[in-house]
Design a protein around this ligand. Structure first.
Ligand code: NAG
Ligand code: NAG
Ligand code: NAG
Ligand code: NAG
Ligand code: FE2
Length: 496
């Protein structure tokens, strides 16, 4: 951060010099020259200091094989349709209420609507409860979806393993999940972080590394861009189905908290598809009503000791818009004595020093960053850029069009911004970085990977990013997070 301060000193000296220049005329010639020379020399020193220190944190020099990310072939093992007539497929779950006492189960049947009922219970042998869901279907250009079911299981006990069964007749399938502990300030909980996953061989590596990580994530915070079906001709929605089958091995057993990315928009007027987010909203329900939201694109949940706010980079967020009004009312509702950890998810990052999507998050940052600082958000996770980056705690909220104060500055009330769009989709890695690395950027690396955010108690959380080339237990970038509400001290500099 030193350069920012050097710059401030520099600007100060410029103003001193200008003032000096005004008085200069009164001085004898020689004195004037000496003054100018020593002033120039001083500027030179400051500039040298700045040049030497003007890089930010670490740009990893890790070298990986530069292969193109290729989608897994349609006949890959991960896309196998489960056996049996009308067998439920693409099973996934998400928290179904504000506090973690409900779960929404969703799945697809291909041959007929069948049943939208879920049988569930705490004993694998005896599924004593049942809940009735509903079924929907959509068309996209020449594609017609299977029968998409969603069913909410309510009044679940906290911290309890439930078994559940979907399907009917001869083809039923059974899975399980564990409900989160009751919301409270000292409840440990481990989140996984995955973004921009897609369905390439690299995507499969990322998911495998997440599953094999000795730190066991219990819920995935997914920062947007799921299937990348829209990269296929006419947004071939078959790739939404394959994606649902690919991730089922995780999504059927633990909630993935969805954020809408640009690849969920599926706006294609050239083929008559003008309803944005149609496949995404039909397939991936979220509990938005529980937080008073009016659409699935922004919402919040409490889970264990965390309050998670999901924002929409691709819905209106300007002043007076529904999202703005919702967020304005939402921040004051967060009770940090109950949920000390305040986490925000969005797709397009605000602090990104790659030459991809550079400054795309800027307009939203201008709108909302003052609230993030005021309400002391602990961490913001975003995707979109297909690489990894972690920021220092910085804010950039002083600018008012005319005052020139438009630099990110160290700010202990500001969140850490993490870009984790490195799931491994077919578009490949973002490798082109802005140079020099900005002061606010603590660590950046263009590798595929995932992370875990391991909350220990109200004051401490351990964060670790893993790259896919390493062994499952290897951490490539780590940081101890001190809670901004309960333990707002400077964190030790990260070990990486
Ligand atoms: C995907 O990963 C799983 C788990 O590591 C493995 O069993 C499977 O063969 C992989 N599939 C492909 C197509 O890479
Ligand atoms: C905040 O949460 C704490 C702990 O659960 C509780 O005692 C307190 O009443 C809550 N405050 C408000 C304003 O709801
Ligand atoms: C990296 O991005 C910059 C800015 O967009 C561009 O000028 C430059 O050509 C790019 N470099 C490479 C190697 O693609
Ligand atoms: C919170 O967790 C940290 C890290 O595990 C530990 O050092 C600290 O003692 C814990 N605090 C309390 C009050 O248990
Ligand atoms: Fe994206």
């Amino acid at each position: 951060m030193t350069c920012i301060w050097n710059l401030r000193v520099f600007l100060f000296l410029v103003s001193v010099a200008l003032a000096y220049k005004e008085r200069e005329c009164a001085l004898p010639q020689r004195e004037r020259e000496m003054g100018s020379i020593s002033m120039l020399f001083f500027f030179f020193l400051i500039l040298v200091g700045c040049a030497v220190q003007s890089h930010g944190g670490k740009t990893s020099s890790f070298v990986r094989k530069d292969e193109k990310a290729i989608d897994m072939a349609l006949d890959s093992d991960v896309f196998t349709v489960p056996a049996g007539y009308n067998a439920p497929q693409q099973v996934h779950i998400i928290q179904g209420d504000m506090n973690g006492e409900a779960v929404i189960v969703s799945w697809v049947t291909q041959d007929e609507p069948g049943s939208s009922k879920v049988l569930y219970g705490t004993s694998e042998e005896k599924l004593e409860f049942s809940a009735e869901g509903k079924v929907t279907q959509y068309k996209f250009y020449t594609y017609t979806s299977g029968f998409i079911h969603r069913c909410t299981l309510r009044k679940l006990k906290h911290d309890t393993k439930y078994y559940y069964e979907v399907g009917f007749g001869h083809t039923t399938r059974k899975f399980w999940f564990t409900t989160p502990p009751k919301v409270g300030p000292d409840v440990p909980y481990t989140f996984g972080l995955i973004g921009d996953l897609g369905q390439s061989y690299d995507s499969n590596r990322t998911l495998t590394h997440y599953e094999m990580n000795p730190v066991k994530g219990k819920t995935v915070l997914f920062v947007g861009d799921l299937s990348y079906a829209d990269n296929y001709p006419n947004h071939d929605n078959v790739r939404w189905d394959t994606w649902g089958r690919f991730v089922e091995r995780s999504t059927a057993y633990q909630p993935w908290i969805w954020t809408a990315g640009n690849h969920e928009i599926d706006f294609a007027p050239e083929i008559g598809e003008t309803i944005p987010f149609k496949p995404f909203t039909h397939r991936y329900p979220v509990p938005y009503r529980a937080s008073g939201s009016t659409t699935p694109f922004w919402y919040s949940i409490k889970r264990a000791s965390a309050y998670i706010i999901v924002l929409a980079s691709y819905s209106a967020y300007g002043k007076y818009t529904p999202q703005f009004k919702w967020l304005e009312a939402e921040f004051p509702k967060v009770n940090r004595s109950e949920t000390p950890w305040l986490i925000v998810l969005m797709h397009s990052p605000w602090y990104n020093s790659y030459n991809y999507h550079y400054m795309e998050g800027e307009s939203m940052r201008v709108m909302y960053e003052p609230w993030f600082v005021k309400y002391k958000v602990d961490v913001v996770f975003a995707g979109h850029v297909h690489a990894y980056e972690r920021s220092e705690r910085v804010s950039n909220v002083a600018f008012n069009i005319v005052n020139g104060l438009c630099m990110p500055l160290p700010d202990p009330s500001a969140p850490v911004y993490i870009t984790i769009g490195d799931g491994g989709n077919l578009e490949g890695l973002a490798t082109n970085m802005t140079e020099p690395q900005p002061e606010y950027s603590a660590y950046r690396e263009s590798s595929f990977g995932h992370a875990t955010f391991d909350i220990k108690n109200r004051t401490h959380a351990y964060y670790a990013w893993h790259r896919n080339q390493d062994g499952y237990a290897v951490e490539a970038d780590t940081m101890w997070f001190y809670n901004r509400f309960c333990n707002a001290m400077d964190e030790p500099s990260a070990s990486s």
